[in-house]
Each structure stands twice: as C-alpha cells, then as structure tokens.
Design a protein. Structure first.
Length: 643
C-alpha cells in the first residue's frame, strides 16, 4: 500500500461523514477596505481581480507547463505553501456518489483557520475554527463542542523534506482534516514514489492549470489526475482512481472559488462565535441570506410551530419569544431567521413551556412580570397580540406559574406563591372573568391543608395535601360548581401526579423510604390498575405524556436503571404506559423541560446545563440541535412549546 492512500485514509477519518454539497453561486461582497458607497460592479471587479491575481512566486520556482519534468512538477507541489500567506477556497467533494460542500479559510502565519462542511444545497453541519491558540470543533447538528490546543508546529509555511519511505502531512491540515485544505497544501501529494506526467493545459475558474497524471511506481495505470495552478502549485481539481490505478474515477474534489490574500475579518476566527456559522463568501457574508420572519404562514408547516425563549446570557432577565417551523427544528428542512414576537414584558415565568396552549391551539396563556407582580396574558397567534386577564396589583402574590387548561378550554389553572411560603391555586376564564382561589374551597378538609394541585382530569382539578409525613386524600375538585370528590387514600399523595391528556391515567414517582428507590408508576383516577413502569435510585422529573395518551417521557438524574451500571448527569427515557418500548433517548447535564410533537414521533429536550434545545427523532434516536440563522449562539434557549 503506498503512502498517499494511507494519508488519505487518515484524513478521511477526521472528517464528519459526508452527505452533499451546496450548488455554488458566487455571492460577491465588499472587502473591508472598500468604501460602503462602492457600486456592485466595482465590488465584482475587485473580487474578480483578487480571484485571478498572480501571486508572488517562491524563490527559485517557475510556472509549470507541458514541457515541465516530473521533478519540476513535484517541486512545485512541495513548495506550493510558500506562494501565499492567507487564502479562502470554496469547493465540491464527490465521494461514492455523495456530494459535499466545503469552505476553508487559512492564515499560515498566525496560524488560524476556519472550516465549514455540509450537504449539497443545505446548511453547514460541521464547523472547525482556530484562533491561533485553540481549536473548536462544533457539530452543528448535535450541538457537541470540543476545544483542544493548537499544536505549535502549525506556524508558518510548511515545506516537507523528501525522505524515502516516509510522508510528512501539512501540520495545519493534520489538525483541520479537510480534503479541500489538502488540495491547497498540495505538498502532501508530492511525497510518493512515481512519475508526474503533464497531459494538457486548461482554464479553470479563471486560472491556467496544467492537467497532470501521477502513477504509483508499482502500478502501470494512473492513480491520480490533478489540475495544478501553473503559478502556485495549488490543486484546483483532483480525481482519484482505484488503489491499483485505472480509468474509473472513484472520487473527485473541485475548488469552485479561490481568493488569495483576502482581508479576513478577525472575528471569523473566533472560537466562541456569536451567531450560527453559515456558508459564506471570504468575508463572512452568507451566500443565501434569509429575510427575517417565517417563510410561510404561521400554520403552514406540516409539523406545526415551535415557540421558545432566547435569553441573553449576560442579562437572563431579558427574554425574546421566538418562533420557528417545526420541520426545521427537527432537521427536516433548513431554518429561516427566527420570527420574534413582541412581548408585553421582557421578563417571564421560568417554569414550564414558554406558552401554555389551549386544547384547540387557538390561544395560549403567557405569564410575565410587568411592574411587579406577575401578570397573566392570553396570546392570540393569528394577531400576535397579548390580552391581560390576571393582574393582582398590590396583592401579596409576587409570583404565578404553571398555567394549564381544562379539557373544554373554559378555565385556566395556575399557582400563585405568596412570598411567605404558602401556595394558592387559582382558576380564571380566558376572558379574565371568574377568577377564584380553588384551594380556599370550604369543601376541602382542613386537616389536609395546605394543598398542591397537579393538573386536570377533564374539567376537574387534582388536589392533594402538601403536609409532610401523613396519609391524606387525593381529591377531584370540579371547577364549575366547586364540588369535591375524594379519589383514594394512600401515602402516594406525597407524589406529584401527571395526568394523561384524556385523564384516564395518572403517572407519578413514588419514593420507597425502605430501599430507597424511586419507581415510576401509573394508576387510574379511581385507584385501580396500579402498575410499576421503571425503578431508579434517584428522582424522576419531569414526566410528560404524549397526545396519544400512550407514550411517556421522563428524566432521571444520576444512576440510570437499577443494576444497569450506567451513570450520567441526566438521562431522558421514553416508554409506553404498558411498560414496553423502554429506551434511552438523550443524555445531558440538566433536563428542564420535555415536549412531545403532536404525532409523538419527536421529543423536544431542554438541556438547562447546556442552555440548548434538542429535537430527538424517536424512530432513529438522532438528536438535532435547535439552531437558525441570526440566532445568537451565546443565548440561552429555554422552554420550548410545540403548537
């Protein structure tokens, strides 16, 4: 096996598995030293001049041509990196029928680099960048980030010394791992035994190239075909054949655009980018900028809409309410710029989803602090207007949260915290009428006070005692007339109940003080059908039901299932109410919120430790990071709500 094939294999292993490239259309933009008043024609002429400029040649080298010897071509490849200090290239890679798009920015002297790779006609999926000290590798799909130190050997143009039996890859690309960068650092292709044969000259992207075939010394048929820039020795197009040589092209790499010595803005080498990296021109201007706002009507996306908060990490009190099509959040399509909805206040309730939707999805409850204390609004997505319905004024209720709707959409339940350690629960109608404190009902037993309310079963709320260490009743309180009905008398009243959407089952985490263990259980409202689903050593929270009334998702902290031997900070599981289909779908730092898609095929996970939102495909278990153009990567993304 000859050395070059080994080198390509190593570099291929460093790259993200490929799936396509963008159909390139040149997006011209001004370089930093061009006045803003410059005309588009002037900018195009300047960039064209940059793209076709003949750079200063390294000492002792000459342009190559049809009369060049194999040794002269080899020397041109070896010394190629001496002919430029910084460069930008955009190219296409075709490997086993798959097409990829790559872009590379290189500054040899600092040294710094930037890389974007992704599918054809799609956004970038992998981002790598070095600021000259550290390297960030950012998987733009999963959200995984890895930061490592840049090797000191990377600085300056690298010209390898020919040594029989060895090859010295370019040290920058050894850390970058880009096929496109390997074409720019063409010395990698000069360190193998075998002749270089010039075939013809061709014009490629406005530059004169020499088409060259190289044949490994032990083969009779060519292994590579290269289109070499006659002045710089950079490979503008590369075709690879079979290992033993031949005529069948197995892979092809093509540089579609190249600019020598571009004035690259320093922020493009930032390892903490503020915005989502996108395919762009040499100066950071995106190829296909997306106008602000949704690309279609609010309800046009087949999967619905995702609402969420974006918080400035430096000012978490200020929030923006944003909306994206669910198809893009799940990775089925490219995302437009997030659509921002004007809020009545930039503060909000940091508990539960951003918006609590009515059963018919026509309106949502929204909580915000406006001139203290908290207030409740009804949001109309068709007009994007907020109508104030609950304002306690100067009453001692500084915080309200956990809004939820009755099955018929006539009532909204919420908790009000008084500030003195007591919680009260209120209901109100969507027009603001009928406000009343349901936990003040005289029909509830005084011995069980204070109370906790866990949600709805049809138009009845689940009420249980909050008193520690005593057995007490679980009640159903009918909101319309206040009638109270005991459900069952058990120690499980100390657990939070999570009712299924149709109210037929209650899920809860029961703690066994003797073991001690936590068991996820379900029970019918009449106390029948008690079933154990899964047991863990730590708390099970949160627990959510899918709209199918059959599937549950929940998070566990610390150890995973008993006797599994697996530990993690936080793990999300999905299973069915009959105890089947148990599977781990996500592992992260801190799970704040979970939300099923309407069809129960996707789960949104808010990882509070990473301040990010992920969409988990429950069929493939693929994880997709919520991201979009112009969404600040330093923002905290919180409280997803699926409409």
């Amino acid at each position: 096996m000859f050395k070059k094939i080994i080198l390509l294999t190593i570099l291929a292993a460093l790259l993200l598995p490929a799936c396509g490239t963008l159909e390139v259309s040149v997006y011209q933009t001004a370089t930093p030293d061009v006045a803003p008043q410059a005309t588009l024609e002037a900018l195009q002429q300047q960039n064209a001049a940059l793209a076709t400029a003949v750079v200063t040649l390294a000492p002792g080298t000459q342009p190559i041509g049809l009369d060049s010897t194999s040794e002269a071509i080899q020397q041109k490849l070896l010394h190629s990196a001496e002919n430029w200090s910084s460069i930008w290239v955009d190219g296409t890679l075709i490997i086993q029928g798959q097409v990829m798009h790559e872009q590379v920015w290189l500054d040899q002297l600092t040294p710094r680099f930037r890389y974007l790779g992704g599918p054809q006609d799609g956004p970038a999926t992998l981002f790598k960048v070095s600021d000259g000290t550290s390297i960030l590798e950012f998987d733009l799909v999963s959200g995984q980030r890895i930061v490592t130190a840049l090797a000191e050997s990377s600085r300056g143009p690298f010209v390898p010394v020919l040594t029989p039996g060895t090859a010295s890859p370019n040290p920058i690309n050894m850390q970058l791992g880009s096929r496109l960068a390997e074409m720019v650092f063409s010395s990698d292709f000069a360190q193998n035994e075998g002749p270089f044969k010039p075939l013809r000259t061709e014009q490629l992207i406005g530059r004169e190239t020499l088409v060259v075939e190289w044949t490994y010394i032990q083969n009779t048929l060519p292994s590579w075909r290269m289109w070499l820039d006659v002045n710089t020795g950079i490979i503008l197009k590369f075709q690879g054949m079979d290992k033993g040589g031949g005529d069948v092209i197995r892979y092809e790499y093509t540089i579609n655009q190249i600019i020598f010595e571009p004035a690259i803005p320093a922020e493009m080498f930032n390892i903490n980018p503020a915005n989502l990296p996108q395919f762009s021109d040499a100066y950071g201007q995106p190829y296909s900028p997306v106008l602000a706002g949704p690309t279609a009507a609010v309800d046009a996306d087949p999967l619905g809409q995702i609402y969420f908060f974006a918080l400035d990490a430096n000012n978490p009190g200020g929030a923006r309410l944003l909306r994206l099509p669910a198809s893009c959040v799940t990775g089925a399509s490219a995302c437009p710029n997030p659509h921002e909805i004007a809020l009545p206040a930039r503060t909000f309730s940091n508990n539960g989803p951003a918006l609590a939707w009515s059963p018919d999805d026509s309106h949502a409850a929204y909580l915000a602090q406006v001139d203290a204390p908290m207030k409740m609004f009804i949001f109309d997505p068709s007009t994007e207007k907020f109508n104030l319905i609950v304002d306690f004024g100067n009453y001692n209720l500084p915080f309200i949260d956990l809004p939820s709707w009755s099955a018929d959409g006539k009532w909204i339940l919420f908790r009000a915290q008084t500030g003195d350690g007591r919680d009260d629960y209120f209901v109100v109608q969507p027009d603001g009428s009928g406000l009343k404190n349901v936990t003040a009902s005289a029909q509830l037993f005084d011995k069980d006070r204070p109370f906790i309310v866990d949600g709805w079963i049809t138009n009845n709320i689940i009420v249980r005692s909050a008193r520690p260490g005593s057995e007490s009743n679980v009640y159903l309180l009918r909101v319309d007339d206040g009638r109270v009905k005991p459900l069952f008398d058990t120690f499980t009243t100390k657990a939070t109940f999570y009712p299924s959407p149709d109210g037929s089952l209650l899920a809860f985490d029961e703690y066994n003080y003797d073991n001690p263990l936590h068991t996820l259980r379900i029970i019918a409202p009449d106390g029948s059908g008690l079933r154990d689903l899964a047991t863990f050593r730590t708390t099970i929270y949160p627990v959510v039901w899918a709209a199918d009334n059959f599937t549950l998702a929940f998070a566990v902290y610390g150890e995973s299932p008993v006797n599994s031997g697996i530990t993690s900070a936080a793990t999300v599981y999905v299973m069915t109410r009959d105890g089947r289909g148990f599977m781990q779908v996500y592992t992260g730092d801190a799970i704040s919120n979970l939300a099923f898609s309407p069809d129960a095929q996707t789960l949104l996970v808010e990882d509070g430790g990473q301040n990010r939102i992920f969409a988990i495909n429950l069929t493939t278990l693929e994880s997709h990071l919520l991201q979009a153009p112009n969404l600040n990567l330093n923002d905290w993304l919180r409280q997803p709500s699926w409409k």
